[in-house]
Design a protein around this ligand. Structure first.
Ligand SMILES: Nc1ncnc2c1ncn2[C@@H]1O[C@H](COP(=O)(O)OP(=O)(O)O)[C@@H](O)[C@H]1O
Ligand SMILES: [Mg+2]
Length: 260
């Protein structure tokens, strides 16, 4: 899937942002095609999470703009972006541990509070998609395994009727079985028509299930393209796809990130 094939549902142009006075991400262009999985990969500290936070409105854009279906949402508050169809699954599978699975899911639908019919339909859909959550619906979220909590975090995001789901490191810290379950879930979400934005450490595996990829380095996009092409690119392979120890990979990235 190329950007030209489908109109982008979400995009940022010339995005610059950071924390306090320090710019972290500089002049980043990212485009997310409708119905595609797009991976954002790159070394630790490259600015991947920062880009996603700016997309979902948790960080202001200092320069550049963010568009949803072509409409400028650069200054829109995060909860309004949720209402407009952008759901965010932050890093660390954050759930409310003292609340049940159902209560956690209900919270995900807060933007639909007045639409009981839609809430019920979304709940039904999520429980169907995640049978483990259905079985454990009355269980306190904090007593579930990490993998189950990640399913819950994703399920909660689906409760807001999103079109775009942005996930930050969804597989981080999970056992191999649950890592695969998360990736299988993302493929299922794509089949169901959602647009997926995914930040991942497991870069090689992420590109395998993605249509398009961005490789970030030192706050900029160093490479981008079709996921299959990136996976075969010698420079990307060497520096970012885990074929070298991280220290060496970082050194390669340093010297080679200027070319795209
Ligand atoms: N809350 C914060 N306050 C100040 N600096 C931060 C904060 N979060 C991240 N940074 C800095 O921004 C850089 C990029 O962070 P991040 O976007 O989280 O990288 P990545 O997700 O690619 O690992 C890091 O070097 C980090 O030092
Ligand atoms: Mg991060």
């Amino acid at each position: 899937m190329s950007d030209a094939a489908a109109p982008p549902v979400l995009e940022a142009r010339g995005l610059t942002t950071g924390y306090d006075e320090v710019p972290i991400v500089r002049d980043v262009d990212v485009t997310f095609a409708r119905g595609a999985i797009t991976a954002i990969i790159g070394t630790n500290g490259a600015g991947k999470s920062t880009v996603v936070k700016a997309l979902v409105g948790l960080l202001p854009a200092w320069k550049g703009d963010v568009r949803l279906d072509g409409r400028d949402i650069t200054r829109m508050a995060p909860h309004l972006r949720v209402r407009e169809g952008i759901a965010y699954v932050p890093q660390g599978r954050i759930v409310f541990p003292e609340m049940t699975v159902l209560e956690n899911l209900e919270l995900g639908g807060f933007t639909l509070a007045s639409d009981r019919t839609k809430l019920a339909a979304n709940m039904e859909r999520v429980l169907q998609m995640f049978p483990r959550l259905a079985e454990r619906r009355a269980q306190l979220a904090g007593t579930m395994s990490g993998g189950e909590q990640q399913m819950l975090a994703i399920g909660r995001a689906l409760m807001s009727s999103p079109r775009v789901i942005a996930l930050d490191e969804p597989s981080l810290g999970l056992s191999p079985k649950f890592v695969e379950m998360v990736f299988a879930t993302l493929i299922e979400l794509k089949k169901a028509g959602y647009t997926i934005v995914m930040v991942e450490q497991k870069a090689s595996r992420a590109l395998e299930i993605s249509d398009w990829g961005y490789v970030m380095h030192l706050g900029r996009v160093a490479f981008h393209g079709e996921a299959a092409t990136l996976r075969d690119d010698e420079q990307v392979k060497r520096a970012y796809l885990g074929e070298l120890p991280p220290e060496l990979a970082a050194r390669f990235a340093e010297t080679e990130s200027e070319t795209t």
